[in-house]
Design a protein around this ligand. Structure first.
Ligand SMILES: O=C(O)CCC(=O)C(=O)O
Ligand SMILES: [Fe+2]
Length: 352
């Protein structure tokens, strides 16, 4: 359970990445360029996948440069025109909602699961404010290379399988473009991390609404994700915040977009050039918040270490030691969430 010091304080309030009228639009325009944000009004970068994949050669190379800047400056961006059907997103959200409302005995067998079990259902109390407890319920399921899914609700299986494969394609496309943004061949990251056998999980997060609309509390403590890339969408209730330039920024999605979050394996393999993004969830409104996460990491047996090209390129030497992703995951999952402390397990030297 979080201590009061983990609650957002007055001077820790997020900067709104929106335009003052409640809308969030890409600050640079989403036209032909693949990434419309990052400059101007300080918005979260926006990457247009259609431009990245199908644009002219010039448009693609500009989009890749801007994607690289988004990874370097934020480790967090939105992706639009991503090709994942909206109906599929709604279906997966709905199926997860059904799972959370099942009676306890229907979920029992997965509630006592350990961090490396392929299906886990749990609840985490993260904070208390004025005796009001805020809670996060979650479902975690491993979906690749082997697909696992709770038996109930029955509709979840096919939907989750489809959503998992659709979002895996998208995440692998982004990994290829990110590889290019590092001046490497498109397949370099995939080859180094054996992404053909990538580890993938789907996570459903549910933060129940609260009858005290003035209350605000942590739904999910500040952390970075353990994998390579995380894709996330929400049910229309804001709460996700990302740390940028030392300040918390409220993440407001463009309609139809996903958030993409760089994880710890991205930081290791790029030798710190693309750092994992610190993010958290602050909840407290009357409406329940839900988010659906699809995360890919390296193959569980891949030893993740800085690419030699990256270590040589910046001349600062190796920032991280190699580690098998499975070992990293086990260690990270068995510890209390503590911002980016898990990365210290593999840090060669603490940078200033
Ligand atoms: O609910 C959210 O928006 C964030 C969830 C998250 O950070 C996670 O599942 O790792
Ligand atoms: Fe996360």
């Amino acid at each position: 359970m979080a201590t009061p010091s983990e609650l957002p304080s007055q001077d820790d309030q997020p900067v709104d990445a929106e335009n003052g009228d409640g809308s969030a639009t890409p600050s640079g325009g989403a036209g032909v360029c693949g990434c419309g944000g990052g400059g101007g009004i300080g918005g979260i970068p926006v990457v247009d996948l259609a431009v990245l994949v199908d644009g002219s050669a010039d448009e693609r190379s500009l989009a890749i440069r801007e994607l690289g800047r988004a990874c370097e400056d934020w480790g967090f961006f939105m992706v639009t025109n991503h090709g994942v059907p909206e109906a599929l997103q709604e279906a997966v959200m709905d199926a997860c909602k059904q799972l959370f409302s099942l009676p306890m005995e229907e979920k029992e067998e997965h509630i006592h699961a350990g961090p490396m079990d392929p299906i886990r259902i749990g609840s985490g109390f993260y904070s208390v404010m004025d005796a009001v407890a805020f809670k996060r319920d979650y479902l975690k399921m491993f979906t690749h290379p082997d697909f696992h899914c709770p038996a109930k609700p029955a509709i979840l299986r096919d939907i989750a399988m489809e959503y998992s494969s659709c979002t895996r394609v998208l995440l692998l496309q982004l990994a290829t473009a990110i590889s290019r943004s590092l001046d490497l061949a498109g397949g370099r990251l995939s080859e180094a991390l054996n992404l053909e056998s990538c580890f993938q999980i789907l996570v459903g997060n549910h933060y129940p609404g609260c009858s005290r609309p003035d209350g605000e509390a942590m739904g999910f403590l500040a952390h970075s994700d353990h994998g390579l890339l995380t894709l996330l969408f929400q049910n229309g209730v804001d709460g996700l915040q990302v740390k940028h330039d030392g300040r918390w920024v409220l993440a407001k999605p463009l309609p139809g977009s996903f958030f993409v979050i760089a994880g710890d394996q991205m930081e290791i393999v790029t030798n710190g050039r693309y750092r994992s993004a610190l993010h958290r969830v602050v909840v407290g409104g009357e409406q329940a918040r839900m988010s659906i996460v699809s995360l890919i990491g390296p193959c569980l047996d891949a030893v993740v270490e800085p690419l030699p090209e990256m270590a040589a390129a910046d001349g600062k030497g190796l920032e991280f030691r190699g580690i098998r992703y499975r070992d990293y995951l086990e260690k990270q999952q068995s510890k209390q969430l503590d911002e980016k402390a898990a990365l210290d397990l593999v840090r060669c030297r603490l940078h200033s």
